[in-house]
Design a protein around this ligand. Sequence first.
Ligand SMILES: Cc1cc2nc3c(=O)[nH]c(=O)nc-3n(C[C@H](O)[C@H](O)[C@H](O)COP(=O)(O)OP(=O)(O)OC[C@H]3O[C@@H](n4cnc5c(N)ncnc54)[C@H](O)[C@@H]3O)c2cc1C
Length: 316
Amino acid sequence: MSKEVVIIGAGLGGLLCGRILSRRGFSVTVLEADFFPGGILHGFEWEGTVCERGFHSVGGLAPGEPLEKIFRPLGLMDLPWYKAQPDEGFPFLRLNTRSDFELEHILEPFRKSTWRLEGGGVALSNALAEGLDIRFGKKAVSIEKQVVTCEDGSSFKADAIISDLHPAATMNLVRDHVRPAYTKRLAKLQDGPGIFSVHCLMEPGCVKWQSGAIFLDSSLMIHFGEPGTNILELLCFGEGNPEEMIARASVRLPSLKVLKYHAMMCQGYGVMKHSNADFISAQTPLPWLFLTGQNLGLHGILGTAISALNTCRTIP
Ligand SMILES: Cc1cc2nc3c(=O)[nH]c(=O)nc-3n(C[C@H](O)[C@H](O)[C@H](O)COP(=O)(O)OP(=O)(O)OC[C@H]3O[C@@H](n4cnc5c(N)ncnc54)[C@H](O)[C@@H]3O)c2cc1C
């Protein structure tokens, strides 16, 4: 008989665990509070175009590189990935709100090769979700004795439970006794700043589309939307000023004409990592409860994928 696994959260971490464990013969159910898969990977619609939230490009997809090794067995290399031309400023990128330790690990795969996907984060989310038993609108409100209970009163029992939520948020749901030192350590984790993004609708043809992002003096990233759209996205860590960001982008792209913009703060770029001591184990003190997602190790698509692999290896 296959082992039952319940995964809380259909973000990248949860979906990857679901796919890996399904292939290993586990019976997997994913509980997602929202009504779409992918978490922050999933884009949103604005001005008749799908705009990105948590997906722009990935590093490490060339043959033999780390993400390729994780994605290929899951069939994700069959998606229409294409190489992005790296910006010359990229190797020198320094984002002063993240530690150098973290950036070295995160940026290295991008330096080797940077990739984009036709259809972006929505295409990746849908491909990850394919074939999985995902229950949408199921917000987990408690975890006790191997049972997850949702806001609507439904409950799901499993041999193993994996949470794709922030580790501290997971422990807030747990009703079983857990040694206080563990929960205190998780509660003290320092979250990194969110990412402020400004989606701009440009006058058609005002600037030439580029596959790779442009990095302005280490604190502003310019990213072109899907080919054929007139969307340009500006991103910075922490709170930003849209007008000022557009003005700075216009210095690099003098012919840029922004017709309207949509600004938003996207919380969630993972717990800050200053050293290996900030890494969190997938195994919690409860033998049947496991963690996954961007907060365990490094964030980003590669970091979250490596954590998913580790989580699945930890499941007996
Ligand atoms: C603006 C932005 C741009 C980014 N761009 C890139 C990029 O270009 N390249 C890259 O590599 N990385 C990028 N990232 C990082 C990458 O998107 C994330 O590291 C990754 O998607 C995190 O996945 P996750 O599964 O850990 O978290 P999440 O996506 O947050 O997944 C958690 C899931 O749990 C669900 N949930 C929450 N609470 C409950 C509950 N109580 N019950 C049930 N479900 C619940 C949520 O709805 C969500 O679906 C970006 C991030 C941001 C914010």
